[in-house]
Design a protein around this ligand. Structure first.
Ligand code: HEC
Length: 130
């Protein structure tokens, strides 16, 4: 009886965790992106390069943006996985990067932010369409 209860609790905990992973909160991600807007915009370069078209883009490849050598040489292609690693700790993933930002330590904040970025940086999104 006790074991069954434990198994049930485990199953509930598992499905709750799976649910959190399956459904990132894009609206919350947009709020997290406000931190990035100190230096970035979606559609144009500022202190940092523009983010439209980010997914599938080679790091350091926006024409006319003055990247660090570290970023240009990194050979990273931006996707959910590489963004998660970079945004967790930019200097750790790209030592010498000019992005002087500590990163987004909270995994849920990062997942929501990346889900927002995936929608907002799509070349067909309202912010990126020309
Ligand atoms: C203090 C200014 C600053 C902040 C804040 C900042 N960035 Fe950056 N970001 C930069 C700079 C500068 C670069 C170029 C880095 C280089 O050349 O090494 C960059 C580069 C990047 C790149 C690589 C882009 C490419 O074209 O290869 C990504 C992705 C990125 N930033 C995402 C973010 C996100 C998401 C946030 C918010 C969580 C953020 N940045 C916050 C300044 C900033």
């Amino acid at each position: 009886m006790k074991a069954r209860g434990l198994m049930l609790a485990g199953a509930i905990a598992f499905s709750a965790a799976a649910c959190v992973q399956a459904a990132p909160n894009v609206q919350h991600g947009e709020q997290v992106y406000v931190r990035c807007m100190a230096c970035h915009a979606l559609a144009y370069n500022r202190v940092g390069p523009h983010h439209c078209g980010l997914f599938g883009r080679l790091a350091g490849s926006v024409p006319g943006f003055d990247y660090s050598l570290a970023m240009k040489k990194s050979k990273i292609v931006w996707n959910e996985k590489t963004l998660d690693l970079f945004l967790k700790n930019p200097q750790k993933m790209v030592p010498g990067t000019a992005m002087t930002y500590a990163g987004v330590p909270d995994p849920t904040d990062r997942a929501d932010l990346i889900a927002y970025l995936k929608q907002a940086t799509n070349p067909d999104s309202p912010q990126c369409r020309k």
